[in-house]
Design a protein around this ligand. Structure first.
Ligand code: OGA
Ligand code: NI
Length: 271
């Protein structure tokens, strides 16, 4: 299946300060966020059952409320990561499985490499033959882990009400020079994507490879603009076996120009 339904939402750029997030130190478990005013969304609806957490730490959950994003490094381990990467490259080398990514708004679809230059393949269980016919078993395992992670999010934060029957996943490869300009994956009242999960498959990534994901932090922007008209961004390095989750509706982002031969990611949206 060709194309996507990534909504383009361009926001005027102002002067930017950028923080780089490298490997995160192992978090210690903390109790809930203390300041309610600073939260992007309120996730306090349910009891947090901290003994049940497999994928998250409590600190992650409070971070999702206040910062709108979470990084989980070493998500599935190197063996599964490497196998997923191998399957991805086989799909890429097969010639016709990955297509130029499209943008769309309503029924209109278009392609513009100066906006978005990755090649993509949809990984939906019902329509992707390679998944259905067992040709990419490791990617299938990865997607199953992401479904477990979603169940865990629902269990610990019932107020999120993530739909456990609906999943959309996409494999994307940016060739050297590729980028994706600033956009938002979803709008409040739009296509109802709630959480964007990006799993990176770039072992040995180094700063000169570029391709960082730049997040535009909405709250910091508000605070900063009041003071000196600065926009604050966070750059996430697309390191192998790193999983990034963020609130699809609140965080505009862009893929900085990637100079590596190929920059690979699997993105899953929760609704
Ligand atoms: C997207 C996107 C970011 C990335 O596919 O909508 O923003 O880091 N991807 O690959
Ligand atoms: Ni996006």
């Amino acid at each position: 299946m060709i194309g996507g339904d990534n909504l383009i939402h361009q926001v005027n750029d102002t002067t930017t300060t950028t923080t780089t997030v490298a490997d995160q130190a192992t978090s210690t478990i903390q109790t809930k966020a203390t300041t309610t005013d600073n939260k992007l969304i309120d996730l306090t609806g349910g009891a947090i059952l901290n003994d049940k957490l497999q994928y998250f730490q409590l600190q992650h959950l409070t971070q999702l409320e206040t910062d709108g994003y979470i990084i989980i490094d070493d998500f599935v381990g190197q063996t599964l990561h490497d196998s997923c990467r191998k399957e991805t490259l086989q799909l890429y080398d097969s010639g016709d499985k990955l297509r130029d990514a499209n943008m769309s708004r309503g029924d209109t679809k278009w392609n513009d490499k100066s906006i978005r230059s990755d090649k993509i393949m949809w990984l939906n269980k019902d329509t992707c033959l390679d998944l259905k016919e067992g040709r990419i078993p490791h990617i299938s395992t990865l997607l199953a882990r992401l479904e477990q992670l979603r169940s865990e999010l629902n269990a610990v934060i019932p107020s999120l009400h993530l739909d456990e029957t609906r999943t959309q996943s996409q494999l994307a490869i940016y060739p050297s020079g590729g980028r994706y300009i600033k956009h938002t994956d979803s709008f409040v009242g739009g296509n109802s994507r709630r959480i964007t999960c990006i799993y990176y498959l770039n072992p040995g990534w180094k700063p000169q490879d570029g391709g960082e994901l730049r997040l535009y932090m909405p709250q910091l922007q508000q605070q900063q603009q009041q003071h000196d008209n600065l926009t604050t961004t966070v750059d996430i390095e697309p390191l192998g076996d790193r999983l990034l989750l963020f609130l699809s509706e609140y965080i505009p982002h862009e893929v900085r120009p990637s100079l590596a031969d190929s920059r690979i990611a699997i993105t899953t949206w929760f609704y």
